[in-house]
Design a protein around this ligand. Sequence first.
Ligand code: ATP
Length: 858
Amino acid sequence: MIKQKWHTLEIAELFNSIQSSVNGLSQHEVIERQRIHGYNKLEEKKKKPVLLLFLEKFYDFMIIVLILAAIIAGLAGDMTNAIIIMFIVILNATIGFIQEYRAEKAMESLKKLSALQVKVLRDNTLLEVSSEELVPGDLVWIEAGNIVPADIRLIETHHVFIDEATITGESMPVQKNPNALADEPTALGDLSNMAFKGTLLTGGRAKGVVVETGMQTKIGEIASMLQRKDASTPLQKRMTDFGKKLSYIIIFICILLYVIGMIKGEEPITMLLTAISLAVAAIPEALPALITISLALGAKKLVSKNVLIRKLTAVETLGSVTYICSDKTGTLTQNKMTVVKTFSYSSEKIFNIDLLDLSMALNHDVSINSTGNFIGDPTEIALVEFATKQFSHNELEEIKLKFPRVAEIPFDSVRKCMTTIHQFENAYLIITKGAAESIDRIVNKANLESNILTQSDAWGNEGMRTLAYGHKFIEQLPKEINPTSIENNLVYTGIAGMIDPPREEVKEAIAACKTAGIQTVMITGDHPNTAKTIATQIGLLGKDEWVITGNELSSWSDSEFSNSVEKIRVYARVSPEQKLRIVHALQQKDHFVSMTGDGVNDAPSLKAANIGVAMGITGTDVSKEVAQMILLDDNFASIVKGIKEGRRIYDNIRKFVKYIMTCNSAEIWTLLIAPFLGLPIPLLPIHILWINLVTDGIPGLTLGNEKSEPNIMNRPPRKTNESLFSGGIGYHIIWVGLCMAAVTLSVQAWAVSNNKENWQTMVFTVLALSQLAHVLSIRRENKLIFSERGFSNPSLLLGVLLTFIIQLVVIYMPWANSLLKTKPLSMQELLICIGGAAIVFLAVEMEKLVKKFFFKKA
Ligand code: ATP
């Protein structure tokens, strides 16, 4: 197929030239076209080959230093040292690579999950497919909130507005229509019958034919748009900064160690290798990468809790949320509506059909799928279901044929109503349905005896959602069909009341939030009475807490609002634009706000919130695109699960950092203090590297699997600027490191003074086992490990056991002895090492008791 001027074709010509039809393509044709045109996606930057990714792991300052150290050792004739160092380098790179690869795969699978879905007609059946599967010729349906999935020639439009800023830079949405354009040079922004991939449908709905896909689309041609990198998370940035500062201190210590060694007359080459090994071991240069990996693996885990993370930062910051602003319909409630009451004001009948029933049957966008189920907006489905109780399916179809729809003005959340226009004999029947206030605003009140608002208020008090109807007949349609020309002077038809029960799990989730120091706020377009009743039912609204409406909110100044914002629990009849104001007001009070949203107009508030949350089922593409996370089940309770999981992941990152850094601190203290006590250099370079990689590495990797602390949802949210080392972790790293060094040096002193030949193996072993003792204790932050926990994280226990066995191999296997320069220990010596590690364990447990004692006092 050659590239055409699609916008100049009449619709019949279009179908002809792209070889498609009003029934859509056949599945067979789709497969054939996919073969020719490929998938409808923009090419990403070429992926690096796996081997290159692996080799990149060696392109790191510390690793290069180690390789140099190995070469120096080799040149000095110390081949075992050289080989072991190289072995450690390769092992380190391999583990790093595997972890990173896993994390990347996890993020990729998350990306796939958030791929856009598109409604497409194939073989005359309406399907939902991933937008990547579209081919030229596909007949697609798009509506407000959609991101246009390909370049599309529109063939039917209803009040369609598209924001084309991504390709034209013009930020005002442009109106579209299906009319063919003249064949003359036309700017992209003036192609009024085309919709381009990546632009946003801000209003209306349309049908169109896909004409270009993938890199052939306009946006595909603008290559610079393609790459968007995820920025580092605040924690990563802080760790990188911190790591740099720490490196200087450690390098200074290593130089000091070298100088002391030289003064004491040690071998220069040994001292050089020791200093280098210590630098490599103690500088936490891999920590930022390890944090990313933990976050990415955490994000993958969150999918099982129905939380899809789009931006990694969210995993880290979830634990800091202080306010959750939630939609009502579908998030706090089930979105399963049932009409329970109707009131017909107009006694008028057409063909013996009550006008309210007729309106319910005609004014909606519900369709029936191949299995006979209704698909569409749940509010409308409830109304249609109610109508089907009055008419059979066939009668309903007949009514639709008798009153063909000729035009419509789609629903939007500002007007809070929608209108359909139907041919009726030689005239037109206009039907509008919407919020009671909206209908009240546009009906002719001259002879109206009923008060629409009073009726709706009363039903709202019973927790019901109400939808009112109005209608009128006109002889001729105005030239322009828009709300001003049509939605006026209506006759009140009647009102329907429906219930939408709260989700069962929501009450408990809101209570959990309260104990976790998180406030929940309901923001809804619904009636204040309905909102208030539901809010009370789910325990969201307390005694002295407020319900306010969008109108009241607009009458307040910023300072008035700021004074009350923390007392308000329910915002009713708000427009999406007002959500932004709510986010800002809360943020000004130093709150960390999570905001949910599903509509096209929710994008700004989702962006402004600290964590924007979109709905997976009912959410528009636009809201999903800007959100940091998506609720796959639209359920409020999933946010709370996400927060709990986020807190756990963060806790485990802290435990991991605490573990690794304490080990580093122990090595530094041991090596630095020994010369001052008149002891020889305690460890060989390979021992230092071994402890760092093997002894520390294996259990460290499994700390991420620790279950959450029991009080995880009973403590206040973490401040976002809180240091990773807060809560005494900094002190812990220093003092426990010192404690390990004290134990190790005592063992060394004992062994040296008793002329033990294997003193160095004892030092190596006691320090290694102390790490294992330490990890067993810090699994739980404040509670004694004896009191509980036990076997809750088998991977860690196995890791510790495995590391212990490896250490025994290192001590007792002759080949390992010659490799790692160790010597077998007697039973008594081994027990002394185990005893030393036990002292470390008890000391760390004691720390918990002391902390508890002081906290209680405080
Ligand atoms: P939430 O904001 O919690 O999701 P909501 O669904 O009530 O609540 P909107 O979608 O903004 O919020 O709807 C606002 C009001 O518009 C509703 O309360 C209802 O009165 C009216 N409305 C909703 N859907 C339709 C529709 N399909 N046609 C006409 N009016 C509607």
